[in-house]
Ligand binder design. Structure first.
Ligand SMILES: [Zn+2]
Length: 91
């Protein structure tokens, strides 16, 4: 099953069905439900991307990378290094 709604992230914040989260513009696979967890922000949060090349990253400021779709460049928010559970990243 895949969920096509990063842009409508609020809808998926408390959504925990198993599946793959894909880009809302091009259907590129981005995140797995296995790395999803609940965070205080209104957005769904993940500790890692599906694959290393699922997304493109660009340093925006120390500890925060701008994350875009690895296929079409659609904006996906940020990776906050070390801000996730057990010192993992938060996407
Ligand atoms: Zn895309």
């Amino acid at each position: 099953m895949s969920f096509c709604a990063w842009k409508k992230g609020e809808k998926y914040r408390d959504h925990f069905d198993h599946g793959i989260y894909v880009c809302s513009k091009c259907d590129h696979p981005l995140f797995s439900s296995e790395t999803k967890y609940t965070h205080d922000s209104p957005w769904p949060a993940f500790t890692s991307t599906l694959r290393e090349d699922s997304v493109a990253k660009r340093e925006e400021k120390p500890g925060a990378l701008k994350v875009t779709c690895g296929s079409c460049g659609n904006g996906l928010g940020h990776e906050f290094i070390g801000d996730g559970p057990k010192g993992k990243s938060r996407f």
